[in-house]
Design a protein around this ligand. Sequence first.
Ligand SMILES: [Zn+2]
Length: 423
Amino acid sequence: MVSLTHVSAQSPEEIAADWEAARISNVLPSDTRHSDVKRYLDELRKLGIKVEQVGLSNANREIYQMEWGTGPLKVFMWSQMHGDEPTATPALMDLFAFLQKNANRPDVKLISEKMTIRGVPMLNPDGAEMFIRRNLQGIDINRDALNLATPEARILKRLRDDWNPDIGFNLHNQQELTTAGNAPRQAAISFLVVYGDPEKTTSPGQERNLRLASAMTRALQRFIPGHIGRYSDEWTPTAFGDNFSAWGTPTILIETGGLHGRDEMFLVKMNFVAFMTALNALATGSEANESTTPYLALPLNASGILAHVIFRNATVVNAGRPTNGGSVVVAVRQRRRASFAQAFLITSVARDTRLIGLSEFNAAGHYIVQRFGRTREGELAEFFFYKKDRVVDWSSPDLEKEFPPDAVFSGGKFIRGSLPTIR
Ligand SMILES: [Zn+2]
C-alpha cells in the first residue's frame, strides 16, 4: 500500500506537464481515424495496457476497451459515440499512456490501488470515419439507450451491465460557438452531473459527482477562466448518460467546445487535466472535502451570442449594384476535419446584428463581393474586397483577373491583404 502522506496532490499545471511528457496522440482529434486509434492501442499494448476488442460496428470496424488499475472502485469512460465529436478520444489514449508509463510514481500507484479504469475510445468508428454525428444506420447512438437498435449501443449497454461501474464519464463535443452564460465567451469545456431521473433525485453517487465536477472546474479555471460552462440538465429519456445514471452508474458528461486562438490539442490537454483531477480526487479521497459550489456556480451553456466572423459597415455588391448604407455580414464555420478545406457559410446579411464575432472586421472602406455570385445567406463566405476609391466594372466576367481585389477572404481567413480589425 502507498501511504497517503507520501502522496502530494498534483497541481493542475503539473498535470498539464505530465500530459506533455507522456502523451502518445500525435494527430489532431478531428483528423483522428479508426486506423489511428488502432495504432495508439498497439502502442498502449506494448506499454502493457490490457486492450480487448469488445465488438464490431455496422461496417465491421473494431470497438475496443482498455483497462488499467487493480482497485475496487470501477471507473468507466467512453468517447466519440457521436462520430464528429473527437477530442476525448486522443485524451483517453494519453490518459492510459500516462498512467502506465508512471505506474510506479506514488500518486499514480495510489490510483491503481484504489480503482480500475476502463475506457472505450471512439465508440462510433463508422460515424468517425465519415465525420458525422450518427452511426452507419443513421441512428443517434445517444438516443438509442433503450431501443438498442445499433450494435454500438448494445456494446455500450453490455459493457455497463456486465461490470456495473461506480462512475461513468460520457465524453462529447459541443458546438464551438456555445458560450458559458450570456457573455460572448466560448464554453471550451462544459460539465454536467447527470441525474438518474426527471425529478433530479440526488444519491450519494450524484453528490460525489457534484464534488468531482467542482474539483475539475477549479483545475480548469487555472487555464480557461470564464470559458467553463454547465450543460443543460434536462432529462433525456433515451440518452445514455441519463440511463447510465438510472441503471446505477452515476455519470458525468464532459463536453468539449471551442476556444478561439487555441488549437485542438490544447483542448485534449484540458480533457486530460480534468480526467486526472477527478482520478486524483477519488484516489486520495480529497473529493470528500470538495465544495459543490464551483460546479453549481458555473454559468449555463448558451447559444445565439457568437459568430465566427463578422464584417461590419460593409457595402455589399450584388448583381453589380452596391447597396446603400452599411450591412453586417456574418459567417459561421461548419464542423469538419482540420485537414479538410474549411467551409465558412454566410449565415446572415443584415443592417445590424446582436451577434458578436470571434473575429470582426471593419469593411467601411471597401466594397465586398462574394466570389461566386451573391452575398446572401447560405452561400460560401468567400469574398473579394475592393477599396472604395477603385473604379471597378462589376459586370466583368472575370472580376478577379481583370480587377485584382485589394483583399481576399477565403477558408475563414484573409489570403491576400486584410481589413482593419475590430475584434
Ligand atoms: Zn455528442
